[in-house]
Design a protein around this ligand. Structure first.
Ligand code: NAD
Length: 262
């Protein structure tokens, strides 16, 4: 499996795949794009695979830092991890060539971006129609049912402490979907609708291991749509893909979309 994951096509084979993908893009009339953490990697936001390789976090399991079980066990630790991630998004990250290419694409053909990312780099890159499957890291909400939800800046975020809900005094939590939690049904429906009616789905920077997002390409395939997969490694999405483009999504999406630009 490692051999397959690290497979690199010859330059000639890569070019053939790129040409085929460009033809598919030129023919498409309704496009959906499913993105994962890899699309933000070139902007300096680590994927989960890489997020815990730094000295500070390497001994922690990201699935635990992003789950209710982990939050119940140590909310201050989970908040400390999120404060680090929020800083990456707010202070460091800028949209990369991939986000910008998708912004351009939307000005040429009807395009819906469905992202598993909790950052706002697609919006900053110019995409207008963005469905966030897993929430928004810049907001928080109350763990109780008082209904409070607002920008994280309204909380007093201090590493090593757990912020309280300003409305009821309960625990505040990041407003993101954690492992084991359900997606908002309205968001889920909007994503299923977009991939079902797409005649082309581009899946970029996603491992295809986090469900239900990983199941979305089936809707496109079942309705006769084509699928292009973009990833630095072979991913679970490649099984369904008509074309697999190996490489960094920033470079590949820029090259792919350039075919439509004047
Ligand atoms: P993942 O970490 O499971 O997989 C990332 C994928 O991106 C891998 O297949 C990897 O090979 C690929 N990749 C890495 N760098 C790339 C690049 N430059 N170009 C193209 N591909 C690249 O991420 P996932 O599939 O999104 O699922 C994990 C969960 O992590 C999601 O729920 C998501 O919400 C969350 N997450 C979000 C962010 C963010 O908001 N930026 C960051 C990390 C994790």
């Amino acid at each position: 499996m490692d051999d397959l994951q690290n497979f690199k096509p010859s330059p000639e084979d890569f070019q053939k795949s790129m040409d085929r993908a460009k033809e598919m893009l030129a023919r498409a009339t309704n496009i959906a794009v499913l993105t994962g953490a890899g699309v933000s990697a070139e902007s300096g936001i680590s994927t989960f695979r890489d997020a815990t390789t730094g000295a500070l976090w390497e001994k922690f399991d990201p699935a635990k830092l992003s789950s209710m079980a982990g939050f119940e066990e140590d909310p201050a630790l989970v908040w400390e991890w999120y404060i680090t991630r929020i800083k990456q998004v707010v202070e460091i990250a800028k949209p990369n060539d991939g986000h910008i290419a998708l912004g351009h694409l939307a000005t040429i053909k009807p395009t819906t971006v469905i992202t598993q990312n909790v950052d706002d780099l697609h919006e900053l890159g110019g995409s207008k129609l963005v469905i966030h499957l897993h929430g928004d890291i810049k907001t928080a909400r109350c763990l109780n049912e008082c209904g409070w939800s607002d920008d994280v800046n309204t909380l007093n975020l201090v590493a090593g402490t757990t912020p309280s809900c300003p409305k009821c005094g309960g625990l505040a939590r990041p407003n993101v979907v954690w492992f084991g939690e359900f997606l908002d049904p309205k968001v889920s429906y909007a994503a299923e609708y977009a991939v079902s009616k797409a005649d082309l789905l581009i899946v970029a920077g996603s491992s295809g291991q986090v469900y239900p997002a990983a199941g979305l390409p089936w809707y496109t395939q079942r309705n006769g749509g084509k699928i292009i997969s973009v990833n630095t490694r072979h991913s679970d999405h490649c099984q369904l893909a008509d074309v697999f483009l190996t490489g960094k999504s920033g470079e590949i999406l820029k090259e792919l979309v350039s075919t439509l630009l004047p």
